[in-house]
Ligand binder design. Structure first.
Ligand code: C5P
Length: 241
């Protein structure tokens, strides 16, 4: 039997860097935590939600019918995807046709519609191939909804980060108000709950806990505490190997 990708990474000296996969619901702090963990390990960090958002933004721009899954898959294949590490030398950003779309993909319109785009099988297949390529040599923390279960089911270390919808909505409300923006707790909580439902109930690659993932409920923890806890667990797991 051919060795698994994780086994190959462990045995090939030049590929000893790990793949760390992290999943969890919207607004749970995966990016903040993932970036801290990647930085501490000297790894790169990528938020795969950006790819689904970027495709959603392009589809909205081009007036593609978001109910037409074949058209969405075609668009995913047509787009020229590229990935560049930012000045922090940790975060890998998604570029679409050579364009940095970080600003365009923020906001609830793209966020809400991205769940629809993400339920197209052809889109998921295409993005999964890109994600696997990005993680091929290890040395990466990758977060999303299906990284532990579908993109890297044999990742070296898996985390499922969770927090109640109320706590996630409270954090988001605080964050927006700190930026001087208006934020209504109830509508934020409702939007979070709706996205949870869409992401965990879809037929293809739904959000779920992998059996071998370390589950961390961050409701009563700061995101720095969560990152410290993950780094400790990774170091323990490495010593046991
Ligand atoms: O992480 P973020 O909220 O930006 O992701 C936007 C949407 O992209 C999610 O609600 C989800 O529907 C989709 N997504 C996904 N699989 C991933 C990452 C994101 O389906 N690995």
């Amino acid at each position: 039997m051919a060795p698994s990708a994780a086994a190959e990474r462990r045995t090939a000296g030049r590929r000893r860097k790990l793949v760390i996969a992290m999943d969890g619901p919207a607004g749970v702090g995966k990016s903040t935590v993932g970036r801290v963990v990647a930085k501490a390990l000297g790894y790169r960090f990528i938020n795969t939600g950006e790819m689904y958002r970027a495709l959603t933004w392009r589809a909205l721009e081009e007036g593609v019918d978001l109910g037409d899954q074949r058209a969405l898959a075609r668009l995913a294949r047509q787009v020229r995807w590229s990935f560049k590490t930012t000045a922090d030398r940790v975060t890998v950003r998604t570029f679409v046709d050579g364009r940095n779309v970080a600003k365009q993909i923020q906001g609830e319109r793209v966020g809400k519609n991205s769940s629809k785009v993400a339920s197209a099988p052809g889109v998921r297949r295409h993005l999964r191939a890109l994600q696997r390529r990005l993680g091929r040599d290890g040395g990466i923390v990758m977060e999303g909804r299906d990284i532990t279960t579908n993109v890297f089911p044999d990742a070296d270390f898996k985390i499922f980060l969770d927090a109640s919808a109320d706590e996630r909505a409270r954090r988001r409300t605080r964050q927006l108000r700190a930026q001087g923006k208006k934020a209504d707790f109830r509508s934020i909580r409702d939007a979070i709950a709706a996205r949870d439902r869409q992401d965990s109930q879809r037929k293809i690659n739904p959000l779920r806990q992998a059996a071998d993932a370390v589950v961390i409920d961050s409701s009563d923890m700061s995101l720095n505490e969560v990152a410290e806890c993950i780094l400790k667990r990774i170091s323990q797991a490495r010593q046991e190997r």
